[in-house]
Design a protein around this ligand. Structure first.
Ligand SMILES: [Zn+2]
Length: 352
């Protein structure tokens, strides 16, 4: 009997232990269920900060190509870095620690890429009469052997023949350079704007084209140059960085001042371009045929040709010959490009 009571007691103990165990199990399951949503709250807020960390490595690989491809466009490089960041969140689900350490290891490139993509700061001396006439110096990219390239250049525009020239260039999908003079009619200003809008280089030639006046002294040259720079800048928003001397860098009016003027312009960061091919369209007695022959025969001697042409209102022959010239040069294997300050200039030898 005592045994049976013992057994019953034991059964009660086991049963109650089982009940307690079951209860504890239920409690632990309940708490786990509670804990999960609690722990997922910091996980989400952690996820938000993660999205920033993850978006950094996302944008970081995009930045170097953007800045190296367009060294002069810091703002757009920065913008392209921001664009992928906002579209990055889908990639956020990756683990927290690797992207974070990646973000840290890759954080320096964007900040160090900024000074590389932005050009060196220009320091303007105090009291300079032309503080706006300073542009950043850029490295020249050497011409590659075997690269047959023609830089068509048009002096003395804008004129009523500028838009027609632009139309021809557009037809062939090629870019050129326009060294312009101080003309301020609405038609001429529109020609300046179109030149920029259609992707060509707008550069300074001279405002007055008055040799005896502009080459009188470095100060006189700067005065004329600044007027032309201001007209271009105020009309198109373009800051011109390259120029061509009226009459070329070596002419009969600047023998005494060419060196001083060029030194001053170099100091301010500007690059000037002469030419190695002269269409002869400004010479007396030039004909449509002579313009064509001059360009083709002279260009054939060079892999890199800077071609002098004119775009004043009387240069109709040049305009008319342009399609023929372009087609022949393309047939000869040349590509066309616009000048920019990274193109190594062709310069005449200045008098000492
Ligand atoms: Zn000229």
């Amino acid at each position: 009997m005592g045994n049976r009571r013992k057994t019953r007691h034991l059964r009660t103990v086991i049963l109650s232990m089982a009940v307690v165990g079951l209860f504890l199990l239920c409690v632990s399951i309940f708490y786990q269920g509670l804990l999960e949503p609690i722990s997922s709250v910091p996980a989400e807020s952690g996820g938000a900060s993660l999205s920033e960390a993850a978006s950094q490595p996302e944008s970081a690989p995009e930045q170097p190509p953007a800045s190296s491809a367009r060294q002069d466009e810091t703002p757009s490089a920065a913008a392209s870095g921001e664009t992928p960041a906002s579209s990055a969140p889908p990639a956020v689900s990756s683990e927290a620690s690797p992207p974070e350490s990646k973000a840290e290891s890759e954080a320096p490139p964007p900040s160090s890429a900024a000074p590389v993509s932005s050009l060196p700061p220009v320091s303007v001396p105090e009291g300079d009469p032309y503080p706006e006439l300073y542009v950043p110096k850029q490295e020249f990219i050497p011409h590659e052997l075997g690269d047959k390239v023609v830089y068509l250049t048009f002096d003395d525009g804008p004129s009523n023949l500028t838009i027609p020239v632009l139309d021809v260039l557009d037809k062939y999908g090629i870019k050129a350079t326009f060294f312009v003079v101080g003309k301020t009619s609405e038609e001429d200003k529109e020609a300046l704007r179109q030149t920029v809008q259609r992707g060509h280089t707008l550069a300074v030639h001279t405002y007055t084209h008055e040799y005896s006046q502009i080459y009188a002294s470095p100060e006189a040259y700067l005065s004329d140059f600044s007027k032309m720079r201001n007209l271009i800048y105020e009309t198109t928003g373009v800051e011109p960085t390259i120029y061509r001397y009226a009459g070329g860098s070596v002419n009969s009016y600047n023998k005494a001042t060419a060196r001083a003027i060029t030194d001053e312009m170099n100091r301010r960061g500007y690059v000037y371009y002469d030419w190695n091919v002269d269409s002869g369209d400004a010479q007396h007695g030039s004909t449509a045929e002579s313009i064509y022959q001059n360009v083709i025969s002279q260009t054939s001697k060079y892999e890199k040709a800077i071609v002098l042409m004119h775009n004043s209102s009387v240069k109709k022959d040049t305009l008319d010959q342009l399609p023929r010239i372009i087609e022949k040069l393309q047939e000869m294997g040349y590509r066309f490009a616009a000048l920019d300050p990274t193109v190594q200039p062709i310069n005449f030898r200045l008098p000492d």
